[in-house]
Design a protein around this ligand. Structure first.
Ligand SMILES: [Fe+2]
Length: 357
């Protein structure tokens, strides 16, 4: 009997969830919510050759039903007439949406660099409602197994029962299979920068790409992030102009690289672009930029000397080395942000309460 490789991951993108699940054999996938079927299909055809399935569902439908079923039918022989199907698997999952009337409890895990045990231990320490996977999940994406690290951690940390936001890190762009990653995660029409709208929360996911110039010899001409960041800036301007952020009581941005933070050469790239990103986030009233990448823990308030542009929001840098893995727990209530940076052993590395304006 064909089985799912991991529990599904429910990625939050715009006003949808993109439910992604991997199977051991190729076949057709769909999701059922409240008697409605949502298909993994394209151009009028079910997708039957892949072991990766993506089903987009309206956020409101899953938030209301609070449960879904992932379904999969193995394709034995897709003959032109009367195709032969294998087993059908149907697995039901409970789902807990965010509650707009309660504090938002976020767990941020980044810079796992291929390790699973530390991040999963952090997920068991405290309750949370939203998992943000903040990038550099595998050390590089050279094999299928590297791409599966994200799904393994999400599977063990939330078991398909909570929303997940994935923000790509620079290491996620490295290796032979890296170009396949955007096809396996929540994206806005293939773009790895997007908004997410959850009850009481408006979020922006920004992708800073690599941490050095495209001309860096390490990349051997494989990157074109300078163009990508310019396109992303135009998109960010359009998000600001659309104004969907205006009514959200909590507004956050997520970016693997803390682009507000002063960097040393050769990492001191794109200062003009990053200054513009900060300006746009200021204008949208974003309160927190949630980042990792540095393998350090920082709380950078406006005016901090480590900032290199006029960010009026707080930059939270919550990652350590993969060996000394630290999870960042952020609880945002109407009056304050409660922050705990906790080592996977449970030891608290930093704890702070920051009042909201
Ligand atoms: Fe990084």
């Amino acid at each position: 009997m064909t089985t799912l490789r991991f529990h599904p991951t429910v990625f939050s993108v715009k006003d949808t969830y993109q439910i992604i699940f991997l199977t051991e054999k190729p076949g057709m996938g769909w999701v059922e919510i409240g008697g409605q079927k949502y298909l993994d299909a394209q151009n009028g055809l079910m997708r039957w050759t892949d072991e990766m399935h993506r089903v987009t569902v309206p956020r409101a439908a899953l938030d209301e039903a609070k449960e879904y079923a992932v379904c999969f039918q193995e394709m034995e022989d897709r003959k032109p007439y009367y195709p032969v199907h294998g087993d059908t698997v149907r697995r039901r999952y409970a789902f807990t949406p965010l509650n707009a009337d309660a504090p938002v409890r976020i767990l941020y895990l980044s810079d796992t660099h291929g390790k699973c045990d530390g991040p999963v231990a952090c997920a068991k320490q405290r309750e949370f409602d939203l998992l943000i996977m903040g990038g550099d999940i595998a050390d590089h994406n050279s094999t299928k197994q590297d791409l599966w690290v994200l799904f393994k951690i999400c599977s063990e940390a939330v078991r398909g029962e909570k929303p997940v936001v994935f923000s790509r890190g620079n290491h996620d762009t490295r290796g032979r299979m890296a170009e396949y990653l955007p096809g396996m995660i929540g994206t806005d029409n293939g773009n790895t920068y997007f908004t997410f709208e959850l009850p009481g929360v408006f979020g922006l996911v920004l992708d800073a790409g690599e941490d050095k110039r495209d001309s860096c010899r390490e990349y051997g001409g494989t990157t074109c992030f300078e163009l990508f960041r310019r396109e992303e800036t135009a998109w960010l301007e359009s998000v600001k102009n659309e104004g969907r952020w205006k009514d959200a009581p909590v507004r956050i941005a997520v970016c693997h690289i803390p682009f507000t933070m002063r960097q040393q050469p050769p990492f001191d790239i794109e200062q003009d672009i990053y200054a513009r990103w900060s300006e746009l986030l200021n204008e949208m009233g974003v309160e927190y930029l949630i980042s990792g990448h540095m393998h350090q823990l920082h709380i950078l308030r406006p005016g901090d000397e480590q900032l290199w542009n006029d960010a009026q929001f707080i930059t939270l840098v919550g990652s350590e080395t993969p060996q000394e893995f630290v999870g960042a727990h952020y609880t945002i209530s109407p009056d304050a942000l409660h922050l705990v940076f906790a080592h996977y052993s449970g030891e608290i590395r930093m704890k702070e309460e920051i009042l909201r304006k």
